[in-house]
Design a protein around this ligand. Structure first.
Ligand SMILES: [Zn+2]
Length: 295
């Protein structure tokens, strides 16, 4: 065997043993970190920014976030301006090659405002409601976006990504069936939530959210709004307040006490509450807690 050929074969062997360099991805939310790992498997290295227990609309931007993006190939986000802080860290990273994977791309969007935005409203959802990942049927669109993005960075892994996506979706479809069965008897039931986090969830399972503890998305509760909400809940006979993991419970507990309602802690992100450390457990928790409270 020629020396050159032997050297070539040895190089190939050592490359195969060391493995391909992994695609470096940063994700905004823990949910996206899980989905990126599901699709990317051992071909990606994922670093996540916002913990499940944090309010993703507002985070303190740290220089370390920009450093993470600086050395990343892709940044996976929910989009629709959920991450109001994303442009700041993308600019700050000075990474001209960074691929931003916006997972809202294929999602049918809800609560999209009309042509004119009212700045005085203080609405944190100027491009529509971004909490689409809480409808489990939307996860296939999220995965599709991630899969396409990763395939751009590592085209020869496309089939691997696709097959990882397909097996997860199969597992998820089975769980969606279970969740629909649990929720079916509760169609038309009314509830109140703190923020507009559960619009897509409610739409999917036929629940009716009649009001919010916040006067407008992103605006903290006011006494006058709480008084209005109390009358509304009395009139409509609402007995459940869904409370996202990162909001204070003083106002909801006060409203619940006055109206005889129950406050149910829900999680909007993986790891937001104990026992919600992956997306399926997160949905299990939300579905079961709400089903118990609404019965
Ligand atoms: Zn929001």
């Amino acid at each position: 065997m020629k020396k050159g050929l032997l050297l070539f074969l040895l190089t190939c062997l050592s490359l195969a043993l060391m493995g391909q360099p992994k695609v470096k991805v940063v994700t905004s939310l823990s949910d996206l970190a899980e989905f990126t790992r599901v699709i990317g498997g051992d071909r990606v290295e994922v670093d996540n920014l916002v913990r499940g227990s944090q309010n993703p609309h507002y985070i303190d931007v740290k220089p370390s976030y920009m450093m993470k993006l600086k050395s990343a190939q892709a940044f996976v986000i929910i989009g629709m301006q959920l991450e109001l802080w994303a442009p700041q860290i993308i600019d700050g990273s000075r990474n001209a090659n960074l691929l931003v994977i916006d997972c809202s791309k294929y999602v049918h969007k809800m609560e999209v405002p009309g042509t004119k935005l009212d700045a005085s409203a203080g609405d944190v959802h100027p491009f529509g409601n971004p909490h689409y990942w809480l409808d489990p049927e939307n996860i296939r669109f999220v995965l599709q976006g991630i899969c396409e993005g990763l395939a751009k960075l590592s085209p020869h892994d496309q089939e691997y990504f696709q097959s990882n996506m397909d097996s997860y979706l199969e597992r998820l479809a089975q769980k969606i069936g279970e969740w629909k069965t649990i929720m079916a008897p509760l169609r038309g039931k009314k509830l109140v939530t703190y923020h507009t986090s559960f619009s897509y969830f409610a739409e999917r399972f036929g629940l009716h959210i009649v009001g919010y503890v916040e006067p407008k998305p992103g605006i903290p509760p006011t006494p006058s709004h709480s008084t209005e909400l109390i009358s509304l809940m009395r009139e409509a006979g609402v007995k459940v307040i869904g409370l996202e993991q990162y909001y204070e419970d003083n106002t909801p507990l006060h409203i619940a006490e006055t109206t005889g309602a129950t406050v149910v802690r829900l999680s909007t992100s993986v790891g937001g509450l104990e026992g919600t450390d992956d997306y399926i457990r997160l949905m299990d928790h939300n579905v079961r807690s709400l089903a118990t409270a609404l019965q």
